[in-house]
Design a protein around this ligand. Sequence first.
Ligand code: URA
Length: 211
Amino acid sequence: MSKAVVRVVRHPLVQHKLSLMRQKETTTVKFRTLLREVSLLLGYEITRDLEIEARAIETPLASVTAPFLSGKKLVLISILRAGNGLLDGMLDLVPSARVGHVGIYRDPDTLKAVEYYFKVPEDLGERPVIVLDPMLATANTAIAAVEKIKSTGARRMTMACLLAAPEGIRAFHEIHPDVPVITAAIDEHLNDHGYIVPGLGDAGDRIYGTR
Ligand code: URA
């Protein structure tokens, strides 16, 4: 089997914005704005391999064969609730994308994934799918979400996150070696509560201003 793929987007704009997001004094408004901007940049990288077809068009000056996206529309699947923070920027980039939601939370005591909602577009097997979760920490939620999404027939998937822990990447690729992970950074480790260190805290809380 080929090696599981992990891609870190080291673009200076991504790294700068991520550093601003890490700072504890960054406000909710600023955090949300930055996350939207970073998602656009991550989305640009993730969609690099979308299929293209040539079509004949007329410009005001000439006839030309020009590239257009081809195939069935991309699907973005947000793992609630923090995944929605990545969703907005990605939708700015690909407004025609179809959207799914998976409601999974980490039980605070066991850190295990508990599913409470699942709604995704049809024909996932024929579409490229990007699964969105800003924090790949223990990866329990991402593993469970991708398992469930695969059970609907999806075959071409990418796991998009903002930050990943080495433990999370290992755990995720043990179960899903066929799903590339794309992230803005791989941090040092997980703490005893399953938080990424140095990280940025609880992504959902920082996006929505909850505690
Ligand atoms: N989820 C978060 O929001 N932050 C972490 O550090 C880990 C999981």
